[in-house]
Design a protein around this ligand. Sequence first.
Ligand SMILES: C[S@@+](CC[C@H](N)C(=O)[O-])C[C@H]1O[C@@H](n2cnc3c(N)ncnc32)[C@H](O)[C@@H]1O
Length: 260
Amino acid sequence: MIDSNKSFSIAVCLAVPDQHDKSMRLSQKLSIPLVSHDTDEYEFLLLYSADGLTLKHTGENGFEPIMVSFTSPTMTYRIKYGGGRSQALARAVGLKKGWQPTVIDATAGLGRDGFILACLGCHVHMLERSPILAALLEDALQRASGSEQLSEIIEKSMRFSETDSIDFLQKLQQEDYPDVIYLDPMYPERIKSSLVKKEMRILRGLAGNDKDAEELLTIALVRARNRVVVKRPRLAQTLGSRAPSHQIIGKTSRFDVYLI
Ligand SMILES: C[S@@+](CC[C@H](N)C(=O)[O-])C[C@H]1O[C@@H](n2cnc3c(N)ncnc32)[C@H](O)[C@@H]1O
């Protein structure tokens, strides 16, 4: 059984013969068919290409294939020119010299924010409940840990668990409470579709609408030691009824910061 709220068809496609065993394991893990050739019989195909595990949309709507990569040009640009500790994400998390907080990224998605936080010096535990997104993320982490450039940061500063964060946080022992819990749930559906990137629309299709985001915030507020940070569309309502301690507002999104 994969994502309970999904409404699409998906299979693992055996693109490269020497990836047969891996592809079969993935199809068994996700309980989805394994097909031997490219086909539009399914809306999405997961395939191990030469670069890594890729999610391909088979329709003709211009969706680019999705692969998690910490060395993609976009990520490399964000690391180099994103503003370091003065970027909004770092300020929201409260980064300062000499403080290397432990962060639970409870909505890991494609792992971009989690990776940026790790690069800025945080110890990040990423949690993701969608088995498909988890598979893409795990593949990226595996590739990165085998690369000379990234192995150190992956080993020292990043962990990943495929789990529902509400369950995970409920069971967390006090000695394991993190300094920061970071939440970036799906944007509300009413946000103008032109503002929602195609990639996000695919993510929503795969992961659902995160309707329990308020419940996640409630448990996060009693598990974080220092703060909870929630990423929201710039003009969206806050999540839940508690007012944030402060907000960091960007062009299209903002960070609501709840100090503990
Ligand atoms: C908007 S995406 C996050 C994007 C991410 N910040 C990034 O940089 O790639 C939201 C993700 O949170 C995940 N998610 C939402 N609620 C969750 C929960 N309770 N437990 C685990 N994952 C959750 C969804 O499955 C989805 O993949």
